[in-house]
Design a protein around this ligand. Sequence first.
Ligand SMILES: Cc1cc2nc3c(=O)[nH]c(=O)nc-3n(C[C@H](O)[C@H](O)[C@H](O)COP(=O)(O)OP(=O)(O)OC[C@H]3O[C@@H](n4cnc5c(N)ncnc54)[C@H](O)[C@@H]3O)c2cc1C
Length: 462
Amino acid sequence: MAHRFDAIIIGAGQAGPSLADRLTRAKMTVAVVERNLFGGTCVNTGCTPTKTMAASAYAAHLARRGREYGVVLDGPVKIDMARVKARADAVAANSRTGVEKWLRGMPGCTVMQGHARFESADTVRVGEGLLTAPRIFINVGGRAAVPDMPGIGEVDYLTNSTILGLDRVPEHLVVVGGSYIGLEFAQMHRRFGAEVTVVEKGPRLIAREDEGISEAIRAILVEEGVTVRTGAECIGFRRHPKGAAVFVDCTSGEPEVVASHVLLAVGRSPNTDDLGLARAGVATDPRGFIAVDEGLATSMPGIWALGDCNGRGAFTHTAYNDFEIVAANLLDGEERRVSDRIPAYALYIDPPLGRVGMTVAQARATGRPLLIGERPMTRVSRAIEKGETKGFMQVVVDAETHKILGAAILGTGGDEAIHGVLDMMNAGASYATLQHAVPIHPTVSELIPTMLGDMRPDASGS
Ligand SMILES: Cc1cc2nc3c(=O)[nH]c(=O)nc-3n(C[C@H](O)[C@H](O)[C@H](O)COP(=O)(O)OP(=O)(O)OC[C@H]3O[C@@H](n4cnc5c(N)ncnc54)[C@H](O)[C@@H]3O)c2cc1C
């Protein structure tokens, strides 16, 4: 006999627990099934530990620069990696415990630990038990992709999860993959004192961003001593007495890099291959992401997919927004759509990159007439005062509608300052609204209106 509920939620990541809260408040009985750690990727192996460790790396960086600020520390800066790790572990554990306690104390919520697998469109197996419900919400997230690269089976490699277990600074960390996750780990480990090489297949780092951003980020990393090997067409591995040799086969430089540790940061795969989706009649795309409509309903009525597993976002805030969309449509009679979401995210290197909307390249591809504004961080008082003047800010505006299409702030405080632009875009306001605002001095945000007042027609003249 299957245990009957009003709803089943598979996965206690960034959407599941909040959805359980809303559904149980609506007097539904809910089963939440989690196979591993409460809080999912963000809390345990993603945002929380990495940003906590990046804070340690920033402290080390500032300590090394102390003299510039008139702060004198005697002797070289030393890293106690075990304490760095313990700090990150403690912050993550606190958050994880909070999620678990919240769920276990939720009236009407049954928490089950185990791997959930569909038996049919309304029934899920967890170990020996069967659960059934007319509504099932999939929030299973993803994991580090491990492509079948030559020699990968011969070497020990780290992923975003296992690298968090290091309690000693690696001698030479080779990061395979020059995108968001890889670059965050690359910079922090460099700041901890490791030799770091980033190996990227493409011609430039974070290829999704505009070229200028990629170049500026490369320069920031290289200046700190990170070696960047782009255009590494045939990445491969072999065992080496020191750890692993990574074939780079770039157009220039050494063809092989010897690593004490290798981090694979080459993308994420959805956790959908072991869910029994075919039995439930839930369709996926060729990469395994669950196909969803605007309201995040799957191909099978009564089943929804939220968070990273639906391929419509890859962030904590997008997973949480998926919960908001589903809850609003189901419980509040709204008709919210995932495509109404304006893409926004940050890359947490130092200085961070805050991004919203289209890149300049994407805006140009639309064929509209554009206005483009730019300002280097060397012309931002707050950055000068902080001694952190690397990077620049950029905005792209539709020259006819005056709506902001996108912006990037690569610079100190960029992850926060970008929200001024994001809010304007969400409000559907013209750029003049932001240009005429009176921001606080001295902040990074105060130069956004100045930049908007100094825009030029796009010279590319699309
Ligand atoms: C290194 C790193 C850094 C990141 N930094 C940021 C950041 O700074 N900001 C940001 O916004 N995002 C960041 N992300 C992305 C963010 O972590 C994810 O987008 C977010 O966690 C997705 O949430 P989710 O709810 O979709 O899935 P998850 O958080 O992955 O949760 C899914 C849960 O489902 C469980 N599960 C899976 N299969 C089953 C099953 N069959 N049965 C039962 N349970 C199952 C898993 O154990 C997991 O707990 C980062 C990711 C990584 C890897």
